[in-house]
Design a protein around this ligand. Structure first.
Ligand SMILES: Nc1ncnc2c1ncn2[C@@H]1O[C@H](COP(=O)(O)OP(=O)(O)OP(=O)(O)O)[C@@H](O)[C@H]1O
Ligand SMILES: [Mg+2]
Length: 336
């Protein structure tokens, strides 16, 4: 895949009379065309600063931001404004214009770009249709739910046909089911329109749900990067382990060193774990479970510990595969 964004030794230092804050330091990162790249870290890690440096909303103190081969740091203001149209952005608080209708919010960037009125309207209507709001063109932001507001913001961010969409905690103000629907929309945009997406979040769930790659940022530096499946299966740094397995209590390592993280993404109608133990005759230890019981079954995650015996491990894995339950393997070393 072709590279679309390359950050080299990107550093941002905030300086006022009293304090010097190094918000991001020597960040190197490559994002390829078509990626849904998650950048995850705790509060204050430097996530927002990093994403705002990508489109130069924040001017880096040093380092380079290459976008489609051009170093944005070296561009003149007018060139930068032009290039920025190719980088859309959405925020946690939507940043809609309250005095404007939904349609006129989406028209705004097209007005700035001096697009002819008819063409602009056609484009805005088409985008609002894409995000599922064709019946809300004349509503005002105050009349919309959070999820609907974010859909308007997404339509507006896509108005000038960007090749990249930056999302800063785009779902953090939304409830879990609305979050899921927005993430699904972002995935659709990535697949249908071929737009590269960069997602800043403090929630592993978001990364797990739609990202193909992830970077973990902690205390202003990138600690770990890679394919989501690989980083999740084998986190290397303490911060990555902590983000992926946040709530592990004390584990009795004598029992066994293999952990499986099960994800019940579809509703599960049978008591799978009980059934698994009966069928496989393998005693497993439930370390952690966050399962929601709905009317039609359960959804959520569970971490189980398996005995150190290849035969038992294989039996359990086979069982889960047959039942179509996704799982990731790790080991007790994830515990700090
Ligand atoms: N405009 C600013 N002036 C001074 N310091 C700033 C400014 N913006 C951010 N910082 C500091 O830079 C550091 C990183 O902040 P940043 O907003 O990038 O973190 P974050 O990872 O986005 O956190 P959160 O998850 O809480 O949004 C923090 O110590 C913050 O106080
Ligand atoms: Mg932030």
């Amino acid at each position: 895949m072709a590279e679309i964004i390359r950050l080299e030794k990107l550093t941002k230092i905030f300086q006022d009379k009293r304090n010097t804050t190094v918000a991001i330091k020597d960040i190197d990162l490559v994002i390829e065309q078509g990626d849904i790249y998650g950048i995850i870290g705790l509060s204050g890690a430097g996530k927002s600063t990093l994403i705002r440096c990508i489109n130069l909303l924040e001017k880096p103190t040093s380092g380079a931001v290459f976008f489609e081969g051009t170093n944005l740091v070296e561009l003149k203001d007018s060139q930068l404004r032009q290039t920025r149209q190719k980088i859309g952005m959405i925020f946690q608080n939507f940043n809609l214009m309250e005095q404007r209708t939904v349609l006129r919010n989406v028209l705004f960037p097209l007005e700035i770009a001096h697009i002819a009125k008819d063409t602009a309207k056609e484009r805005a209507v088409e985008l609002l249709n894409l995000v599922g709001l064709s019946d809300k063109l004349d509503s005002y932001p105050s009349q919309l739910s959070g999820g609907q507001k974010q859909r308007v913001a997404i339509a507006r961010a896509l108005a000038n046909n960007p090749s990249v969409l930056l999302c800063d905690e785009a779902t953090s103000a939304l409830d879990p089911s609305t979050t899921l629907s927005i993430l699904q929309l972002l995935k659709e945009i990535n697949q249908k329109l071929g737009i590269t997406i960069v997602i800043i979040t403090h929630e592993m769930k978001v990364v797990e749900t739609i990202c193909n790659k992830v970077a973990i940022i902690d205390e202003s530096v990138i600690k770990e990067t890679g394919l989501v499946a690989e980083v999740f299966a084998n986190p290397q740094t303490p911060i990555a382990k902590n983000l992926i397995y946040p709530k592990l209590g004390v584990i009795n390592k004598e029992f066994g060193s293999v952990l499986l993280k099960l994800t019940f993404d579809k509703t599960v109608l049978e008591p799978v774990v009980a059934d698994m133990i009966l069928k496989t005759q393998v005693a497993v230890n439930i370390i952690e479970a966050s399962i929601k019981q709905g009317d039609n079954g359960s959804t959520g995650e569970m971490i189980i510990q398996l005995p150190n015996d290849q035969n038992s491990i294989a039996k359990v894995q086979n069982y889960l595969t047959t039942k179509n339950i996704s799982f990731q393997q790790s080991n007790t070393e994830v515990q700090q």
